[in-house]
Design a binder for this molecule. Structure first.
Ligand code: ARG
Length: 628
């Protein structure tokens, strides 16, 4: 039979283009094959141009080519399209071509598609660790490298995200930064980059003087140890109320912060304790979101000498001026970026000043540690800080740093996003991340309980509710273009129907269970270890199977497209396309009760769909569930 690796080795050899690798990307293989036939019919097109001109399409064919893009002199596009169609010879790579006006529409053979796509997925999926302590979990934990590429090998990125302020609310902006930033870091890793995840905490400033005063009056060692984030917030709210009536508390706070600035060990010791315990609590909560950081930086970590150096440089620049009150101002009105203070009249730096110094500090740190600076530094910050970010990017540029110069592919990039409205919990407006997660989990748990029969089968409802809940929050957040605002909607995002996070998890669970079920009912199991060449993949003939295979084939391109666009929604929408295709395949491409070869081929296709959905969810920082 015409199948498996046997078939792959029988396929006509593909032309080669420098830097174009097809072994991990089935669509590239087809595009190369189509490019070759184009060049044969129209030799004035270069192979590279032909390859670039082959597009994946979903309407008229599997791939298509628009002849006008080649700007050929030898004839009118419809005539040239006709010429290509006439010269066409079917091959194992391409079944047919149709000329339609200036376009060519190609159909590829389903058997080549199935063999190529499924073998590629299999080849890029290491077997689950056989010594895995928890056998039950091993199915959902099996990760596939299919979709990843090495285009970023040797390149380095810093992704700065989340960046909450100690003793202040963790608001929706921080939540979005956390979700989008963690995805972005994964995305760059999927492209082969070295990535560092940085959290730039709001952990310095006069408010820490006030916090110390609060601690003296209301502090409770036990509560601090238990949940520093909450306790510090509580006493900070309390002291602010108190300071409204007793303004002298602000003087105490100022004095305290000054002693911190002067390096007083006792003052710094208390501050460090607050910071360390807050980080410990943040880490727990981030872990619940399946997110971690490599570096906990923060405003406090910008070295004095680096701030002084930056200010010295700025002082002599031509975009600087002294305000009447003695503050140092930068004038960026020329660039429509207004004016901003970088040094107060008492000589203290600002948020803006620290960002300027911190960027250079990061560049130097990476240069020292890794031999060269970053190729990308992303700041995942809400649009409210567009002006702030543009200002410090501009200052760094004007200071002349090579790495801060604008270009088509700038190293410094602001990843901004719109607002969330209505993010409130039963207790009111959300203030702590873990409260949001707790509320999500409870609501999810209630939704699960409405299906008593299913609920009874869930082994660990708490964990399942927690993971499904966080999936709901993340999918809701990453579903639309980053820049759009959205309304936080409990009922909608927690529903199992419609395009929601729970719906995606449900589909993953269903894909996991098909293998379990046919093993029980039909005694049918995929061979282990599995060599796709031993399966009759040519038996995957249905239109619904082909639709699904086409979607699986596009996963590596989706990863690249998401990277170009820097939009998580590209991956989320892909997940929905994939699950919709699986859902409509279920009914016609049945496994149960089928002839063995047919059943095994279909089962393998669903396994690959599960691996790709799992990979896509993981890329979105979501752990796929095996049961729910
Ligand atoms: N802590 C800041 C805030 O909550 C966000 C920090 C963003 N990052 C930066 N490099 N400025 O508003």
């Amino acid at each position: 039979p015409f199948n498996g690796v046997a078939l792959l080795s029988q396929l006509p050899e593909l032309p080669k283009i420098q830097g174009v690798e097809h072994t991990d990307n089935p669509n590239i293989a087809f595009r190369l094959a189509i490019a070759q036939t184009l060049v044969q019919a129209l030799p004035e097109i270069s192979l590279e141009a032909a390859f670039e001109g082959v597009q994946v399409s979903n309407k008229e064919g599997d791939f298509s080519v628009a002849i006008p893009r080649f700007r050929l002199k030898s004839g009118k596009p419809p005539e040239l399209a006709e010429k290509v169609a006439k010269a066409f010879q079917p091959s194992p790579w391409i079944e047919s071509v149709q000329a339609k006006g200036a376009f060519l529409h190609y159909i590829v053979p389903t058997s080549t598609l199935s063999n190529l796509v499924l073998s590629t997925i299999q080849a890029m999926t290491p077997p689950p660790p056989s010594d895995s302590a928890d056998k039950k979990k091993s199915v959902a934990e099996q990760t596939s490298a299919y979709g990843t590429n090495r285009s970023g090998a040797g390149k380095k990125a810093i992704v700065e995200f989340s960046s909450p302020n100690i003793a202040k609310p963790f608001h929706a902006g921080h939540l979005r930064s956390t979700i989008i930033g963690a995805f972005l870091a994964n995305l760059y890793e999927a492209n082969g980059w070295y990535v560092e995840r940085w959290n730039y905490l709001g952990d310095w400033g006069k408010q820490f003087g006030l916090l110390a005063v609060a601690w003296e009056k209301f502090g409770n060692e036990e509560k601090l140890k238990e949940d520093a984030v909450k306790h510090l917030y509580d006493i900070y709210v309390q002291i602010n109320r108190e300071a409204d009536e007793h303004p002298e508390l602000h003087d105490q706070a100022r004095a305290y912060f000054k002693s911190m600035e002067d390096g007083d060990e006792k003052a710094l010791g208390l501050w460090k304790k607050f910071r360390d315990l807050s980080i410990k609590k943040y880490e727990e909560t981030y872990a619940r979101l399946n997110i971690h950081f490599d570096v906990y930086s923060g405003e406090s970590q910008v070295k004095k000498e680096n701030i002084a150096e930056a200010l010295d440089k700025i002082r002599t620049a031509d975009f600087v001026e002294r305000a009447d009150n003695g503050a140092l101002l930068i004038d960026l009105t020329k660039y429509k970026l207004e004016k901003a203070v970088v040094e107060r009249k008492d000589g203290t730096p600002l948020y803006l000043t620290r960002d300027i110094a911190e960027a250079k500090q990061r560049w130097d740190k990476m240069t020292a540690e890794k031999g060269s600076g970053f190729d990308k530094m992303f700041y995942v910050i809400a649009t409210q800080q567009d002006l702030h970010t543009a200002q410090f990017f501009k200052v760094l540029e004007l200071m002349g740093y090579d790495w801060a110069q604008p270009s088509k592919d700038p190293r410094m990039q602001h990843i901004n996003f719109g607002m969330v409205t209505g993010m409130s919990t039963r207790k009111g407006t959300a203030v702590f991340l873990d409260h949001i997660l707790e509320e999500t989990k409870e609501n999810m748990h209630n939704v699960m309980k409405t299906n008593a029969e299913k609920y009874a089968q869930v082994e660990d409802p708490e964990t399942t509710a927690d993971i499904t809940g966080m999936t709901a929050v993340k999918i809701q957040d990453m579903q639309g273009k980053r820049i759009n605002n959205y309304q936080f909607d409990w009922a909608r995002m927690l529903s199992f129907e419609g395009d929601t996070g729970p719906y995606l998890q449900y589909n993953h669970v269903r894909l996991c269970s098909v293998e379990r079920r046919v093993a029980e009912t039909d005694g049918l199991r995929l061979p282990d270890p599995l060599d796709p060449a031993t399966l009759r993949l040519d038996l995957l003939k249905e239109d619904k199977a082909k639709e699904l295979l086409i979607i699986l084939a596009s996963w590596p391109d989706i990863v690249k497209y998401a990277t170009r666009e820097l939009q998580p929604s590209v991956v989320v929408q892909y997940c929905f396309r994939l699950t919709h295709a699986v859902s409509s395949a279920w009914e016609v491409v049945i496994v149960k009760g089928q002839e063995k070869d047919v059943a095994l081929a279909r089962l393998f296709m669903y396994r690959c769909a599960r691996l790709v959905l799992g990979a896509a969810l993981r890329l979105l920082t979501i752990p796929p569930l095996e049961r729910m």
